[in-house]
Design a protein around this ligand. Structure first.
Ligand SMILES: NC(=O)C1=CN([C@@H]2O[C@H](COP(=O)(O)OP(=O)(O)OC[C@H]3O[C@@H](n4cnc5c(N)ncnc54)[C@H](O)[C@@H]3O)[C@@H](O)[C@H]2O)C=CC1
Ligand SMILES: O=C(O)C(=O)COP(=O)(O)O
Length: 605
């Protein structure tokens, strides 16, 4: 396969050891830089070049770093914990943070069990002793796990896996987790306790498996240790800050706790003379340098998991495990993805078609409407989340009028950006039956007029006075008082537009389209075809969209302009032409005038 040397290939930075299995997925389309041992300053200097950053627990992704990362779209954590990432700063800058929520769970659970047995049987001490030439058997007598109580704090993915393995050892299992799933706990033979104190006082082994968050930071301090059995042993393969390291050292010294197996520390690597270093050096402690996830299998899993997500995000798709975005269920994801594309195209069509078009009076730029209704009908109406569709709409609406590399709109920041620009989007769901239609879901985008058509219509139906009715009627006919409508659906995974403004006609939203509004009479198609032919523009397809039935009989909405331009009577239609390549301004201008083309716009999807 030829290798593209294009300088525009997105760049991915990997400042830590990440398994090559996932990186192979990136190398085809992106430039992958593996640069280990960078200082925070060096990282900050180069981060501006990169679209994606893949990290483990060592890289600190601070607000400062994110600010310097002008092109960054994604921070991918090849593991679970994201406490080394300033997720809030990432959200503010529209940077998606993804992780691998289950790739290393088994590794972390098995490491916990390894530490538990190492502490129970004095493995570390025994190993050092025998290597020093001693045969010290009586001092190194241990205890058995069987029949002892394992207290689990945090009964999530790792906690439950530890429970299942420990159950096989014949241990009694208790846990404290106020948010735990009671059915899963019962199925793993775990008794949930109402308070942490209940677990602390009964545990022979205490193991921590919560994230490091405000409610868990320092959760095991001197006061908690004082309530535990003096024969108890503590395990921590979660995060350093959850145990007060100085308090644990003091409890071990005082014989209030029998031992500890610790994989994670408040400073990693531990600074000399820090509380972490004192804990590691303690003879009753078995310590490992954050090895919970360090198995070949786990590293393969997390690497493939996050690299796949990086590929998806850099190709404009939605990740499956974004930390700073709503979670999309897998089955919903499959339903949503083609509609994400459709809705983005509908938004983009709105901005390109309604805002800038050519007419006899030159190029007109209409003001951007700020209140939109988006109505989901059919299957889409039953979805739990339509957040990605909302984001796609904001992206579609704004991308044509903003510099594309300056605006990075995604599910994370779409709401904020819409708000900043004063755009109000009302999402509505309609259970209307689409069974007789060739599609299962249908989307309507309605840009509300300053005074919406529906409001004028309801005023019309309520008004008894003929003069008031006439006034309202003329108000309704003004283009600025018309809601602007785009409708679409997905069929065969392709995004179709089925209504554009007052016209109905199906066309695929793809490539470059030339859209002409003209009188629906003979000769127009030939005229446009010959003008484009003269300009060397190849026509891929052509469609005529007549007035939508709602509009027939209501007159031709923007009648003033129609009469002024051509002076012809009768209905209007849209001519939609799929063309190859660019259509220059002069070509568009040549179409408008006496031959009856009233307006034209060029849309690039
Ligand atoms: N040492 C290592 O290499 C590894 C460490 N980890 C760490 O292990 C920890 C657990 O990971 P997972 O099981 O995947 O997370 P998880 O999110 O599946 O489970 C966490 C559990 O903690 C519970 N929890 C939250 N706040 C709590 C509180 N105040 N008190 C009691 N329970 C609380 C939650 O309800 C949840 O059930 C994380 O800190 C993660 O970063 C994970 C993998 C490898
Ligand atoms: O996944 C986690 O939360 C871990 O702690 C693993 O960290 P690591 O990727 O081994 O630096």
């Amino acid at each position: 396969m030829p290798i593209s040397l294009s300088p525009t290939r997105p760049k991915v930075l990997i400042p830590e050891k990440v398994s090559p299995d996932g990186l192979a997925l990136l190398k085809e389309d992106f430039d992958v830089d593996e640069k280990k041992g960078l200082s925070p300053e060096e990282l900050k200097t180069i981060i501006g070049e990169y679209e994606a950053l893949i990290i483990r627990s060592e890289t600190k992704v601070t607000a400062d770093l994110i600010k310097a990362a002008k092109k960054l779209k994604v921070v991918a954590r090849a593991g679970v914990g994201v406490d080394n990432v300033d997720v809030e700063a990432a959200t503010q800058h529209g940077v998606i943070v993804v992780n691998s929520p289950s790739g290393n769970i088994n590794a972390a659970a098995e490491h916990t069990i390894a530490l538990m047995m190492a502490v129970a049987r004095n493995i570390g001490d025994a190993d050092a002793s025998i290597k020093a030439g001693k045969w010290d058997r009586s001092r190194l007598t241990g205890i058995e796990a069987k029949g002892r109580t394992l207290g689990i704090v945090g009964l999530g993915k790792v906690g439950l896996t530890v429970a299942r393995i420990a159950n096989g050892f014949g241990m009694r299992l208790i846990a404290y987790d106020p948010y735990a799933n009671a059915n899963l706990a019962a199925a793993a033979s775990v008794t949930l306790k109402p308070t942490l104190a209940d677990v602390l006082k009964e545990a022979d082994f205490l193991t921590l498996h919560t994230p490091l968050i405000a409610s868990t930071r320092g959760m095991i301090g001197a006061a908690e240790l004082a309530t535990m059995k003096p024969t108890a042993r503590i395990l921590n393969v979660a995060r350093g800050g959850m145990i007060d390291e100085d308090a644990l050292v003091a409890a071990l010294d005082a014989g209030k706790i029998a031992g500890a197996g610790i994989d994670v520390f408040t400073s990693e690597p531990p600074k000399p003379d820090s509380s972490a270093s004192r804990l590691i050096a303690h003879p009753k402690v078995v310590a490992t340098p954050h090895l919970g996830a360090s198995t070949r299998e786990a590293q393969e899993n997390v690497s493939i998991d996050v690299c796949e997500q990086v590929v998806t995000i850099l190709n404009g798709g939605l990740p499956r495990s974004a930390v700073n975005a709503p979670i999309i269920l897998q089955e919903e994801y499959r339903t949503l993805q083609p509609f994400v594309i459709l809705v983005e195209k509908m938004g983009s069509l709105y901005t390109q078609h309604f805002l800038t078009h050519r007419s006899a009076s030159g190029t007109a730029t209409k003001s951007f409407r700020t209140t939109f209704d988006i109505i989901y009908e059919g299957e889409l109406a039953g979805l739990n989340t339509t957040k990605p569709l909302f984001a796609a709409l904001v992206k579609g609406l704004l991308t044509p009028i903003t510099s594309s590399d300056g605006l990075n709109i995604n599910i994370v920041n779409a709401e904020l950006l819409a708000k900043e620009r004063g755009i109000l989007i009302n999402e509505q769901r309609s259970r209307e039956n689409v069974e007789d239609k060739p599609y299962s879901s249908f989307v309507t985008l309605r840009a509300r007029a300053s005074r919406s058509t529906s409001a004028v219509r309801s005023d019309l139906s309520r008004s008894n006075s003929p003069s008031a009715k006439r006034a309202l009627q003329s108000q309704k006919q003004s283009a600025e008082d018309q809601d602007q409508v785009i409708q679409g659906f997905v069929s065969g995974n392709k995004p179709y537009i089925s209504r554009l403004d007052r016209f109905k006609g199906e066309f695929v939203a793809k490539g470059t389209l030339l859209i002409c509004r003209n009188f629906d009479s003979c000769g127009k198609i030939g005229f446009v075809g010959s003008q484009l032919g003269k300009a060397g523009v190849n026509i891929r397809f052509m469609n005529v969209a007549p007035l939508h039935e709602e509009e027939n009989g209501h007159g031709s909405g923007s009648g003033t302009e129609a009469a002024g331009a051509g002076g012809e009577e009768g209905n209007e239609a849209l001519m939609i032409l799929g063309v190859d390549g660019a259509v220059g301004d002069e070509v568009v201008q040549s179409l408008i005038g006496s031959e009856g083309v009233l307006e034209a716009s060029v849309i690039n999807f």
